[in-house]
Design a protein around this ligand. Structure first.
Ligand SMILES: [Zn+2]
Length: 118
């Protein structure tokens, strides 16, 4: 679906707006737009994925506040979750993808189960 992200008229990168099951691609340059109700595989995926921090993740201020933020737990429970490599997030593919990007930016090692293909 890569080609859908480039404007057919001028070649500029399209802006993607999601609204329910519809996806609208709009060109910020020339105004060309196309709407589609096609779901991407990631949106059809009903699997509940679990994110855990990788084994050996250090317990420090950064990881504690990260886990606390993702789980809503206090620092004591977050510490336990890190030490036990506990599940810190459960969700469907689309939100897991967001969390995955977020964690990757934090430079934290983590594991997604079952195998996350996106
Ligand atoms: Zn355009």
């Amino acid at each position: 679906m890569e080609k859908n992200n480039i404007c057919e008229k001028c070649g500029a990168e399209l802006r993607v707006d999601r609204c329910g099951c519809a996806v609208t691609y709009t060109c910020p340059n020339c105004g060309w737009s196309v709407a589609t109700t096609e779901w991407e595989p990631i949106d059809l995926d009903e699997t509940k994925y679990e994110i855990r921090l990788a084994e050996g993740t250090p317990v420090n201020k950064e990881t504690l506040s990260l886990v606390s933020r993702m789980t809503g737990k206090n620092f004591i429970d977050s510490k336990k979750a890190i030490e036990a490599c506990g599940v810190i997030y459960v969700g469907k593919a689309r939100v897991i993808l967001e969390q995955k990007d977020f964690l990757a930016k934090q430079g934290v090692a983590f594991v997604i189960e079952p195998n996350f293909p996106y």
